[in-house]
Design a protein around this ligand. Structure first.
Ligand SMILES: *[C@@H]1O[C@H](CO)[C@@H](O)[C@H](O)[C@H]1NC(C)=O
Ligand SMILES: *[C@@H]1O[C@H](CO)[C@@H](O)[C@H](O)[C@H]1NC(C)=O
Length: 266
C-alpha cells in the first residue's frame, strides 16, 4: 500500500510539473521559429557570449536586437498627458509580441480598441526620419491584446500582456523573433554573473537625458539575500507583494550609471 501511495504521489508531481511547463502548452510550437534569436545584420557567428560592452549603457547597433519593437497607444477617451503611452515589446512569433500589461494603464476601464495601438519594428532610433534609418522600419497594426490579469498596475507579479498583430511580421535581418527559453538558461544560478543584458529607450540616470537610440548595458544579477536587502531600500510606494514577487536586482558594474527604462526587455 505504501508503494502505491508513493507511485501516485510521483505521478501527481510529474503531472503538475507537466501542466506548468510551457513546453506542454498548445501554442508552444508557435515559438522558437527557425532563425529566432539570431543577429544576421551583425555578420557574426551566433553566440551566447555577451559582447564586451561595459557597465555604461551604449547605443546598440542596427539589427542587434531585431526582436525589439516600439508600441504606441492612445486612448481617445482621455485628454492630456495621460492620453498616450509608448512601450517596448519583444517579438516572440510571427504574430505575437510580449510586453507589460501596465503599458495599457492609460485605458483604465475603457475598452481597448486595437486601432489605437501601433507597432514599429526594425527601428532603433526613435526620432529617425531620414530614408537611411527608415529603410528597415515598418509600421504594423494590432488586432487584440490579451492580459494575464488586467491592464492596471503590476498585479501579483503578472504584469504581462500579449499583443496579436493584424498581419505577419516580415522577418528579415532587422526584424525577427527572440527565442523563448524554458530550460538551462532560466534555471541557471546567475548570482554575481553578467548573465543578462538590459535594453531600452529611456532616461539615462547620469545624464538624466532621454536617449533616442536604443541602448543596452550588461548587468550583474544579485543573489537572493542582496535582492531582499535592496528591495527594502525601495521607496514605500514600490513596496508591495506584487513588486516583491517579481523583483530581482541587477546592477551594472562600478557606479551603475544605468538606463532608467521607459520599459525594458531582457
Ligand atoms: C493599418 O490599418 C489602417 C486602417 O486602420 C490601414 O490604412 C493601414 O494600411 C494598415 N497598415 C498595415 C501595415 O496593415
Ligand atoms: C545623453 O546621454 C547619452 C548617453 O549616455 C550621451 O551620449 C549624450 O551625450 C547625452 N546628451 C546630453 C545632452 O547630455
Amino acid at each position: 500500500m505504501k508503494h502505491l501511495y508513493f507511485l501516485i504521489a510521483v505521478v501527481f508531481i510529474n503531472l503538475v510539473k507537466g501542466i506548468l511547463n510551457p513546453r506542454f502548452h498548445r501554442n508552444w510550437g508557435l515559438l522558437n521559429q527557425d532563425g529566432c534569436g539570431l543577429q544576421p545584420a551583425l555578420n557574426k557567428a551566433p553566440t551566447l557570449d555577451l559582447p564586451d560592452i561595459g557597465p555604461e549603457p551604449v547605443e546598440v547597433q542596427e539589427g542587434e536586437y531585431p526582436w525589439v519593437v516600439q508600441i504606441h497607444m492612445e486612448n481617445p477617451a482621455k485628454e492630456g498627458a495621460d492620453k498616450e503611452n509608448s512601450c517596448m515589446g519583444t517579438i516572440i512569433s510571427k504574430r505575437h509580441i510580449l510586453t507589460a500589461s501596465s503599458c495599457f494603464r492609460i485605458y483604465e476601464c475603457d475598452p481597448i480598441d486595437p486601432h489605437t495601438i501601433s507597432v514599429v519594428a526594425g527601428r532603433t532610433d526613435l526620432l529617425c526620419s531620414d530614408p537611411v534609418c527608415e529603410e528597415h522600419m515598418k509600421l504594423y497594426n494590432v488586432t487584440q491584446v490579451f492580459f494575464r490579469n488586467t491592464n492596471g498596475p503590476p498585479q501579483e507579479g503578472q504584469n504581462i500582456a500579449l499583443i496579436q498583430m493584424a498581419t505577419d511580421f516580415d522577418f528579415n535581418d532587422f526584424v525577427r523573433p527572440i527565442c523563448v527559453e524554458n530550460g538551462y538558461l532560466i534555471h541557471k544560478d546567475y548570482s554575481k554573473e553578467h548573465g543578462m543584458r538590459v535594453t531600452g529607450w529611456g532616461v539615462n540616470n547620469y545624464a538624466n537625458n532621454f536617449t533616442r537610440n536604443l541602448m543596452h548595458a550588461r548587468v550583474w544579477i544579485y543573489p537572493e539575500d542582496y535582492n531582499d536587502f535592496i528591495y527594502k531600500l525601495l521607496p514605500e510606494s514600490f513596496q508591495d507583494q506584487e513588486t516583491y514577487d517579481t523583483f530581482f536586482c541587477v546592477e551594472a558594474r562600478k557606479t551603475s550609471p544605468f538606463i532608467r527604462p521607459t520599459s525594458a526587455v531582457l
